[in-house]
Write a protein that binds this ligand. Structure first.
Ligand SMILES: [Fe+2]
Length: 198
Protein backbone atom coordinates (compact mmCIF):
# COMPACT_ATOMS: atom_id res chain seq x y z
CA UNK A 1 0.00 0.00 0.00
CA UNK A 2 1.45 3.30 -1.04
CA UNK A 3 0.42 6.35 0.95
CA UNK A 4 0.92 9.61 -0.87
CA UNK A 5 1.23 12.87 1.07
CA UNK A 6 0.64 16.21 -0.54
CA UNK A 7 1.27 19.47 1.35
CA UNK A 8 -1.63 21.90 1.01
CA UNK A 9 -1.28 25.66 1.64
CA UNK A 10 2.43 25.49 2.47
CA UNK A 11 3.99 28.30 4.52
CA UNK A 12 7.30 29.11 2.89
CA UNK A 13 10.47 30.83 4.05
CA UNK A 14 12.76 31.70 1.15
CA UNK A 15 16.46 32.33 1.82
CA UNK A 16 19.49 33.34 -0.18
CA UNK A 17 23.11 33.84 0.80
CA UNK A 18 24.79 36.94 -0.63
CA UNK A 19 28.10 35.88 -2.25
CA UNK A 20 29.98 39.02 -1.28
CA UNK A 21 28.53 39.29 2.23
CA UNK A 22 31.84 39.68 4.09
CA UNK A 23 32.85 42.98 2.48
CA UNK A 24 29.24 44.07 2.01
CA UNK A 25 28.37 43.49 5.67
CA UNK A 26 31.33 45.46 7.01
CA UNK A 27 30.11 48.47 4.99
CA UNK A 28 26.55 47.94 6.21
CA UNK A 29 27.76 47.63 9.80
CA UNK A 30 29.33 51.11 9.53
CA UNK A 31 26.14 52.54 8.04
CA UNK A 32 24.01 51.05 10.84
CA UNK A 33 26.40 52.35 13.52
CA UNK A 34 26.25 55.83 11.97
CA UNK A 35 22.45 55.67 12.03
CA UNK A 36 22.48 54.62 15.67
CA UNK A 37 24.87 57.47 16.57
CA UNK A 38 22.46 60.01 15.06
CA UNK A 39 19.41 58.54 16.83
CA UNK A 40 20.56 56.59 19.91
CA UNK A 41 17.02 56.32 21.28
CA UNK A 42 15.59 54.64 18.16
CA UNK A 43 11.98 53.47 18.09
CA UNK A 44 10.03 51.06 20.28
CA UNK A 45 8.34 48.22 18.49
CA UNK A 46 8.67 44.46 19.02
CA UNK A 47 12.25 44.92 20.20
CA UNK A 48 12.94 44.10 23.84
CA UNK A 49 16.17 45.74 25.11
CA UNK A 50 17.32 46.30 21.54
CA UNK A 51 17.75 49.34 19.31
CA UNK A 52 15.61 49.74 16.21
CA UNK A 53 15.85 52.53 13.62
CA UNK A 54 12.77 54.21 12.16
CA UNK A 55 11.35 52.62 8.94
CA UNK A 56 13.38 54.91 6.72
CA UNK A 57 16.19 52.85 5.20
CA UNK A 58 14.36 52.84 1.85
CA UNK A 59 14.93 56.61 1.65
CA UNK A 60 18.60 56.65 2.66
CA UNK A 61 21.28 56.61 -0.08
CA UNK A 62 23.70 54.78 2.26
CA UNK A 63 21.40 51.73 2.15
CA UNK A 64 20.66 51.87 -1.58
CA UNK A 65 22.47 48.62 -2.41
CA UNK A 66 20.85 46.44 0.27
CA UNK A 67 17.46 47.97 -0.61
CA UNK A 68 18.03 47.07 -4.26
CA UNK A 69 18.98 43.50 -3.40
CA UNK A 70 15.99 42.98 -1.09
CA UNK A 71 13.65 44.20 -3.81
CA UNK A 72 15.36 42.05 -6.42
CA UNK A 73 14.91 38.91 -4.31
CA UNK A 74 11.26 39.75 -3.53
CA UNK A 75 10.57 40.41 -7.19
CA UNK A 76 12.05 37.01 -8.11
CA UNK A 77 9.87 35.35 -5.48
CA UNK A 78 6.83 37.28 -6.75
CA UNK A 79 7.56 36.06 -10.27
CA UNK A 80 7.79 32.47 -9.01
CA UNK A 81 4.32 32.97 -7.49
CA UNK A 82 2.99 34.36 -10.78
CA UNK A 83 2.41 37.90 -9.49
CA UNK A 84 1.07 40.10 -12.29
CA UNK A 85 3.83 41.57 -14.43
CA UNK A 86 4.48 45.29 -14.14
CA UNK A 87 3.85 45.44 -10.39
CA UNK A 88 5.83 48.01 -8.40
CA UNK A 89 7.52 46.56 -5.32
CA UNK A 90 7.46 48.99 -2.39
CA UNK A 91 9.96 48.61 0.41
CA UNK A 92 10.02 49.69 4.04
CA UNK A 93 13.19 48.74 5.92
CA UNK A 94 14.76 49.35 9.29
CA UNK A 95 17.91 48.35 11.16
CA UNK A 96 18.11 46.36 14.40
CA UNK A 97 20.94 46.19 16.91
CA UNK A 98 20.19 43.58 19.58
CA UNK A 99 22.81 43.47 22.33
CA UNK A 100 23.18 40.48 24.66
CA UNK A 101 19.84 39.99 26.45
CA UNK A 102 17.73 41.53 23.66
CA UNK A 103 14.90 39.76 21.82
CA UNK A 104 11.85 40.45 19.66
CA UNK A 105 8.31 39.60 20.69
CA UNK A 106 6.22 37.46 18.38
CA UNK A 107 4.38 39.52 15.75
CA UNK A 108 3.33 39.66 12.12
CA UNK A 109 3.29 42.43 9.49
CA UNK A 110 -0.09 43.50 8.13
CA UNK A 111 -0.60 45.00 4.69
CA UNK A 112 2.48 43.65 3.02
CA UNK A 113 3.12 40.62 0.85
CA UNK A 114 6.61 39.82 2.07
CA UNK A 115 8.54 40.41 5.26
CA UNK A 116 12.05 39.40 6.05
CA UNK A 117 15.42 39.97 7.57
CA UNK A 118 19.02 40.22 6.43
CA UNK A 119 21.74 39.36 8.95
CA UNK A 120 24.78 41.62 9.08
CA UNK A 121 26.60 40.44 12.19
CA UNK A 122 25.95 37.81 14.84
CA UNK A 123 27.37 34.86 16.73
CA UNK A 124 25.24 31.77 16.06
CA UNK A 125 23.75 29.77 17.60
CA UNK A 126 24.20 31.63 20.92
CA UNK A 127 22.65 34.83 19.49
CA UNK A 128 19.25 33.09 19.31
CA UNK A 129 17.12 32.11 16.34
CA UNK A 130 14.22 33.60 14.49
CA UNK A 131 11.17 31.38 15.06
CA UNK A 132 7.87 31.03 13.25
CA UNK A 133 4.54 30.04 14.74
CA UNK A 134 2.25 27.54 13.05
CA UNK A 135 -0.38 29.60 11.18
CA UNK A 136 -2.83 26.65 10.94
CA UNK A 137 -5.16 27.74 13.72
CA UNK A 138 -7.04 24.43 13.84
CA UNK A 139 -3.85 22.57 14.71
CA UNK A 140 -3.58 24.49 17.98
CA UNK A 141 -6.76 22.84 19.32
CA UNK A 142 -4.98 19.62 20.19
CA UNK A 143 -1.50 18.28 20.65
CA UNK A 144 -0.11 15.43 18.59
CA UNK A 145 0.92 12.28 20.47
CA UNK A 146 4.41 12.25 19.00
CA UNK A 147 7.82 11.16 20.25
CA UNK A 148 9.59 13.41 17.82
CA UNK A 149 8.41 16.71 16.34
CA UNK A 150 8.31 17.12 12.58
CA UNK A 151 7.49 20.15 10.41
CA UNK A 152 3.89 18.90 10.35
CA UNK A 153 3.42 18.61 14.14
CA UNK A 154 5.58 21.56 15.26
CA UNK A 155 3.89 24.56 16.86
CA UNK A 156 7.01 26.66 16.36
CA UNK A 157 9.90 26.24 13.98
CA UNK A 158 13.25 27.96 14.51
CA UNK A 159 15.68 28.93 11.80
CA UNK A 160 19.23 29.63 12.83
CA UNK A 161 20.40 33.02 11.57
CA UNK A 162 23.44 33.18 9.32
CA UNK A 163 25.54 36.23 8.48
CA UNK A 164 24.97 37.28 4.90
CA UNK A 165 21.73 35.34 4.46
CA UNK A 166 18.47 37.03 3.48
CA UNK A 167 15.25 35.45 4.75
CA UNK A 168 11.86 36.25 3.19
CA UNK A 169 8.43 35.01 4.32
CA UNK A 170 4.77 36.01 3.93
CA UNK A 171 3.84 39.03 6.06
CA UNK A 172 1.09 37.03 7.81
CA UNK A 173 3.50 34.42 9.18
CA UNK A 174 3.93 35.15 12.89
CA UNK A 175 7.54 35.32 14.01
CA UNK A 176 9.79 36.43 16.84
CA UNK A 177 13.46 36.37 17.76
CA UNK A 178 14.91 34.53 20.75
CA UNK A 179 17.03 36.27 23.34
CA UNK A 180 20.60 37.02 22.33
CA UNK A 181 22.65 34.87 24.73
CA UNK A 182 25.95 35.50 22.98
CA UNK A 183 28.54 38.11 23.95
CA UNK A 184 28.10 40.09 20.71
CA UNK A 185 25.44 42.34 19.22
CA UNK A 186 23.11 40.73 16.69
CA UNK A 187 22.76 43.25 13.84
CA UNK A 188 20.21 42.93 11.08
CA UNK A 189 17.99 44.77 8.63
CA UNK A 190 14.29 43.92 8.61
CA UNK A 191 11.81 44.84 5.90
CA UNK A 192 8.31 44.69 4.49
CA UNK A 193 7.53 44.61 0.78
CA UNK A 194 4.22 45.37 -0.89
CA UNK A 195 3.61 44.64 -4.57
CA UNK A 196 1.05 46.97 -6.13
CA UNK A 197 -0.14 48.18 -9.51
CA UNK A 198 1.77 51.16 -10.79
FE1 LIG B 1 9.04 41.05 11.90
Amino acid sequence: MKIISQPLFPSVVWTTLLDDHKAFNSQLMNQVSALQDIDPRGVDNTNVKGWQSPNTLQNLPAFEEINRRILQVCQRIGESLHFKSGQAYHLQAWANVSPPGASNKIHYHANCHFSGVYYISLKAPECGSIYFRDPRVASRMMTWPVEQITDFTAEEIQMRPEEGRLYVFPGWLEHGVEENRSDRDRVSISFNVLAASR
